[in-house]
Design a protein around this ligand. Sequence first.
Ligand SMILES: C[S@@+](CC[C@H](N)C(=O)[O-])C[C@H]1O[C@@H](n2cnc3c(N)ncnc32)[C@H](O)[C@@H]1O
Length: 204
Amino acid sequence: MASTGKTYIVEHLDPELGTWSELEYLAVARESQDAGARFCLSSLPQTFQVPEALKNIPAFTAETRSVEELYARDKSRVCLLDPAAASDLAPEDGDKFDAFLFGGILGDDPPRDRTSELRKKGFEGRRLGPVQMTTDTAVRVTRLVVEGKTPLKEVSYLDHPELKFNEHESTQMPFRYVKGDDGKPIMPGVSVTSSNLGHQTHWA
Ligand SMILES: C[S@@+](CC[C@H](N)C(=O)[O-])C[C@H]1O[C@@H](n2cnc3c(N)ncnc32)[C@H](O)[C@@H]1O
């Protein structure tokens, strides 16, 4: 597929790479590959062991340098996806920015605003609406807006889906997800079936 020219950068802010983050990054890498875009995981510690599955995806690059070093000369072409930004991402931002920067942080409830670590670096920020998304969802939505030219409000979302593990145990995921073609939230590594998908608090 022809390159979209877009780069999605996730600045890795957690000390280790947990299984869940690895699944999220793998989803971003595969979707970037399919879209002809690039995915860069930056600020990795020197000792970081890049998982084989990621290494095998040509769109993926592992970087020990931070995003400021990588974009020292083109800071204005980088957009930080920031839940506290004053304006929402719009399709026109695809013309303004070449690279989209995300915090490599697992979501938390309530959010602890760890994206503030990236905000300090001075990149222009855009919000993806008022609800916290997982990192892979944030990249997916950004791609739909800047590459697919879909306005943020027209993306189909599922908020706070409840996953049932068995008859007695379930958990409500405190995040917003993109609704897949099958009507279920897109969640890496989780097989969401009608039997384990419970009540959704909101269908957009
Ligand atoms: C799981 S979120 C981390 C949120 C974290 N709890 C915090 O408070 O910063 C991971 C990344 O996805 C992006 N993100 C998630 N939801 C967003 C939203 N509603 N608007 C803009 N960016 C968002 C941000 O880049 C964020 O650093």
